[in-house]
Design a protein around this ligand. Structure first.
Ligand SMILES: Nc1ncnc2c1ncn2[C@@H]1O[C@H](COP(=O)(O)OP(=O)(O)OP(=O)(O)O)[C@@H](O)[C@H]1O
Ligand SMILES: [Mg+2]
Length: 320
């Protein structure tokens, strides 16, 4: 029955989401985001971009100024679908007098997980986030990283179809971050959809299928990581000596020259070869020729530099 009434096949479909806090703080200015089922989706952006606000609107913790769209095929705020969603809030705090196992039991109960199932699930999840030894220790003795792992476990108590994580790697050391990445991939392999927020870009490059870059309350870029990074490429030619002699010729090619390095934007091999010819004609030895694929970080910096980012169009993008 459920399947027949699904309105859309997106796990998350947000349309024109806006939030103004008070009269003046425009945290979200018309955000459109689509997440396919079974994807790991990363919402990236600098501090204050509006990432947590968007997630809180999805989870009905914050009331939007305007919002349309669906979560798991039902209108935002649908109770049944929220029960199928796991949520790790930012800066979460657990009651300090509870043990790790009790925290999971407590959140399981909030998520309407039956008592008997809660016990088994808590045990399984504590094991999954490497906290079995700490199950009966009060959380006020936990380190920041342990609290974060417990927070992720808490979000999984109800076997969610959609997992929404606000800064899941916050406070974790490099090993902890890698462990979380592996966990996210495991969840995806089990068929869940993961929606996560982060300002730590390099973390996400490794696991996200698609990302949206939020800048000042607007989506500046959205798409598959490969798509976002492939058009942003340049070649760097490093010579063994200063290039002052070849400078003007290289400039005609559109290259920028800095000391012994020539940089050519784009991936036009013809131009790269022309630049090499210019150096060779002058007897300048070449040390290396390297394509530089831009990182997500570069893309973000570029997106932020655009200044006035236009609201993303409401037109539905093709899936995938
Ligand atoms: N309850 C609130 N009242 C007023 N302004 C708020 C409130 N919550 C957030 N804001 C403002 O809304 C904007 C977006 O904040 P938000 O927390 O959503 O950003 P973020 O992208 O999650 O940032 P961070 O990376 O620091 O977590 C900021 O300017 C913030 O100061
Ligand atoms: Mg935040």
């Amino acid at each position: 029955m459920e399947g027949l009434t699904e309105m859309t096949n997106w796990a998350v479909d947000l349309i024109d989401v806006r939030k103004t806090y008070g009269r003046t703080v425009e945290a979200l200015r018309g955000v459109n985001i689509q997440v396919g089922r079974g994807e790991i989706f990363g919402l990236l952006g600098p501090n204050g971009a509006g990432k947590s606000t968007l997630v809180k609107i999805m989870m009905t913790v914050v009331r939007p100024t305007h919002a349309l769209g669906t979560l798991l095929g039902r209108p935002l705020g649908h109770r049944g679908k929220l029960e199928r969603t796991g949520y790790l809030p930012e800066n979460h705090r657990f009651p300090h007098y509870l043990t790790g196992a009790q925290v999971l039991d407590y959140y399981g109960a909030l998520g309407k997980v039956p008592r008997t199932r809660r016990r088994a699930k808590a045990k399984e999840l504590l094991d999954r986030v490497w906290l079995t030894q700490w199950a009966d220790t009060k959380v006020d003795k936990y380190s920041k990283g342990m609290l974060q792992r417990l927070g992720i476990a808490q979000a999984l108590m109800n076997d969610p179809e959609l997992i929404v994580l606000d800064e899941p790697t916050d406070g974790l050391d490099p090993v902890g971050r890698r462990d979380v990445r592996e966990l996210l991939i495991e969840l995806k392999n089990m068929g869940a959809t993961v929606f996560l927020n982060s300002h730590m870009l390099s973390e996400l490059e490794m696991v996200c299928d698609r990302v949206a870059i939020l800048v000042q309350g607007l989506v500046a870029r959205q798409g598959r990581l490969a798509q976002l990074t492939e058009r942003a490429i340049e070649y760097r030619i490093t010579a063994a000596k200063d290039l002052a002699d070849a400078h003007s010729k290289l400039a005609v090619l559109g290259a920028s020259v800095d000391g012994r390095t020539v940089r050519l934007a784009g991936d036009e091999l013809g131009k790269v070869n022309e630049a090499i010819d210019i150096l060779r004609e002058r007897g300048i030895p070449i040390e290396s020729v390297e394509p530089q694929r831009f990182s997500l970080e570069d893309i973000l910096v570029e997106a932020m530099g655009d200044g006035a980012v236009a609201p993303a169009p409401i037109a539905r993008p093709a899936k995938g």
